[in-house]
Design a protein around this ligand. Sequence first.
Ligand code: PLP
Length: 228
Amino acid sequence: MFKDRFDSIVKGINEAKARAGITHEVTLVAVSKRFPLDDIKNAYATTGHTVYGENRIQEALDKAAELKSQPDIDIHFIGHIQTNKVKYLKDNFSLIHSVDSVRLAELMQVQFEKIDRVQDVLVQVNIADDENKSGVGAEGIFEICDYLMQAKNLNLRGLMMMPPLVDDVEDNRVYFAGMKKLFDKCNDIKGYNMDTLSMGMSGDHLIAVEEGSTMVRVGTALFGQRDY
Ligand SMILES: *Cc1c(COP(=O)(O)O)cnc(C)c1O
């Protein structure tokens, strides 16, 4: 049952916050990728949860269109965006987590200016320089953030990170802590005024919360195993 899993994830997050003495809010993005629309509708009906995450553009657009009749529901786009897909971005997503190059940001600025929308975005950071992951390396972060700060139709809200695949998730604690340091630097030194640090998935979201995440993206632990 979604509701039981949901209640247990929320409880775990609250306990992790208490352990670490954290008082800021942590938003749960229920990652519904590869699960049918009815699972989102059921999740919303049984828990009232409103934030869902998708990572493939076509699937995300289809679901967003179907969910237009439920204006409470927000879809976040969390997957890689190929530059030839930017033209499909409209008012589909309340937050895009995956801006990972200046080139992509420039194309998004043109697209959102064309449709007269200001889009909330995060910069995806590849803090571990993991060659299997997209995201901007530590050295490129300020360039892309500086671009976004002056882009009129893009609103920089924060940073997103996916850690490397490891056997023991504790090995990635150092990357979550590193992201929190970087996030604080973005605000305290660069003055970006960010409010969102998106990190933590099914296997490691409690560690991420302890290290300062403000937004976790949990799929499997809520919806079950994906078939593909
Ligand atoms: C699939 C996905 C998640 C959720 O992963 P789970 O391990 O199923 O919780 C989180 N973030 C991104 C970017 C994803 O693509």
